[in-house]
Design a protein around this ligand. Sequence first.
Ligand SMILES: [Cu+2]
Length: 292
Amino acid sequence: MSNAPKWLSRTAVALGAALVVLLIAGSAFAAPQGEPGIGLPRDFSVDGHRIDWLIKVTTIFVAILFAIMCIWMVWACIAHNKEHTAEYDHGTSSHAIKTALLISAVIFLIVDGNLFVNSMMDLDAAFWNFKSPESNPKAVRIEVNAHQWAWDFRYPGEDGEFNTADDIVQLNEMRVPVGRPIILQIASVDVIHSFSLPNFRTKIDATPGHINHLWFQATGTGDFDIACTQHCGVNHYKMKALLTVMESDAYETWAAEMSAEGTRRYQEAVRNGSSERFQQSLWGWKWEPRDF
Ligand SMILES: [Cu+2]
């Protein structure tokens, strides 16, 4: 009896597996973005396309490699059927070693090399290029204090200085204007957290004893997730906040009202003789622009 059904079923399994993986990989591009389902959250940032490009190109490379491996394995199943005499080999011949090294080097140089070169260029041009946002007079500066398990946000208020009476201080709620650079300085008072903005394709650790920097610019208004992406204790899963991107005018109105409210509360504290408590609540720091 022919052995065709056996190798046919093996081929079908291998092709089926390849199809499932290619469908999953393809859904990264095909899923309606911003809707629930498979795929990246919709990108709302000026530089997010750089990250998406890296993810897409890497996915394509990996999908091609996967397809090649599947075809190779299917070919091996068909070619080495029971008519074929088995050869026992430890793969230690110089031909086998050279082939393995060559394939590994090609994969490493193309896939990882592309990731490395392009991500370094993206860091230089955008994500670590703080000169551009810091020199923009419309930039908004916010200090972020992470702690188990919440995010505090401090805006300098009308006077532009941190740790003064007119600061705006928010818990788990950050508001920013659309179309203007937002510069964040991020610290932690306890353990390492990670400040992540999935819709803006950027994140950075919040580290105790050190101030980290991050900037982004929104291209659209709406409500977005702020997540902690570093396991930081039993309630890590609860450590999320809300980012609201507003029209610039609405943001200015909100900021002016909140700053005036801060001043009013401070004056009330002075009248009540509790200004010392106000002083203790000043967790902000002097803004030092990042110098590269
Ligand atoms: Cu955390």
